[in-house]
Design a protein around this ligand. Structure first.
Ligand code: 5GP
Ligand code: MN
Length: 338
């Protein structure tokens, strides 16, 4: 599947003059990592390419945008519009529907460029793309793209020929989507890790950079959330935390500071569903995780205006922050039929 797709993708790339690579809103490691992997591959080919992200990335991923040339739609909508208008090929990465590109969605949909999607979410929106490489049987979009690039003529299954910055980007998303090999890692993930090490990418250094570079206030915020904000609902085998604006102000909250917090309650014996609610100006951002059988993708589809993966999903709520606990409990009770 990957080899056949790689050939078709290479033909599309060789026929294109202006390529735009698009990530998703609120980009995480897999999003910024995969656009980086693709960008430096295209650069190595001598292609003209532009990276577009619908919103900015957290500081801990800024090392991937070394030249600070990724276009952020929320900061620079005119440049993004121009890049998309001029493009004859658009490559979407790590999202399964155009809605995930938020403000970029209309530009993307209106463009007559050829459109490619590489992604690992269930049920991709096939009608929006000309060529799709999609499977849920991979750890991350970065892993899927890694094996696609391995099949290209440039790399030709020789890891030494993969551009270093591509390898570094792809390693980042593989690490973040597996939470440092703690979930979703399969045999091909470890094979990729082995090849990346051969290429000279230090997974230890990357892991330290991505998971272990807390500011003091972030570390104290984590303590606050666990000590005072986490609520365990024993009969539902669930736990949740609400990160209100008040707490954000108290701990000088910056984008990305709560990354990974939602995974923590799953360390408690018996907890199978975890939720983190983060208040923002426009809505409450929802983050859901599960272990065992509960589909948080379905839970989010039904109650939280979002979706994602079976065991990791997100969404939005448009209710006052103090109504969140009761809404979560009621929704989960209904969903689990308890
Ligand atoms: P996170 O909790 O890390 O923000 O998101 C976990 C996963 O849920 C992401 O990798 C993405 O697949 C999905 N996701 C997050 N937010 C949304 C959303 O608003 N809508 C949809 N459809 N998926 C989301
Ligand atoms: Mn992903």
């Amino acid at each position: 599947m990957v080899r056949e797709f790689a050939g078709k993708m290479e033909r599309a790339i060789s026929g294109a003059e202006n390529i735009v690579i698009v990530g998703h809103f609120n980009p995480d490691g897999d999003s910024v990592g995969s656009v980086t992997g693709m960008y430096y591959y295209l650069k190595e080919l001598g292609k003209k390419a532009v990276v577009v992200l619908p919103s900015s990335y957290p500081e801990y991923l800024s090392f991937l945008d070394k030249d600070r040339d990724y276009l952020i739609f929320t900061k620079n909508p005119e440049k993004v519009a121009q890049a998309i208008e001029e493009s004859d090929l658009i490559i979407g990465l790590d999202f399964n529907n155009l809605g995930r590109t938020e403000g970029v969605k209309n530009l993307f949909a209106a463009s007559s460029a050829q459109k490619i999607l590489i992604d690992h979410h269930p049920n991709p929106e096939r009608s929006s793309f000309d060529l799709i490489c999609s499977t849920v049987d991979t750890s991350s979009t970065c892993e899927l793209l890694f094996y696609v690039l391995m099949e290209t003529a440039l790399v030709d299954n020789d890891i030494e020929k993969m551009p270093y910055r591509s390898a570094e980007g792809l390693a980042t998303g593989m690490l973040t989507d597996t939470n440092n090999f703690k979930n979703s890692s399969i045999a091909s993930t470890y094979n990729m890790a082995s090849l990346l090490l051969k290429r000279g990418v230090s997974l230890d250094d990357l892991g330290k950079r991505v998971f272990g570079s807390y500011s003091e206030s972030r570390m104290r915020l984590m303590g606050e959330m666990l000590r005072n904000q986490m609520v365990v609902l024993e009969d539902l085998n669930a736990a949740y935390m609400v990160l209100s604006k008040k707490i954000q102000e108290e701990y000088n909250y910056l984008q990305g500071d709560s990354e990974g917090f939602v995974n923590l309650p799953l360390l408690i014996e018996g907890v199978e569903v975890s939720a983190l609610f983060t208040e923002s100006d426009e809505f409450i951002r929802v983050s859901l995780r599960s272990q065992g059988g509960v589909s948080v993708n379905a839970l989010s589809n039904r109650f939280f205006n979002g979706g994602g993966h079976e065991r990791a999903s997100g969404g939005r709520l448009f209710i006052p922050v103090d109504e969140v606990p009761a809404y979560f409990e009621k929704s989960l009770r209904e969903f689990l039929d308890k």
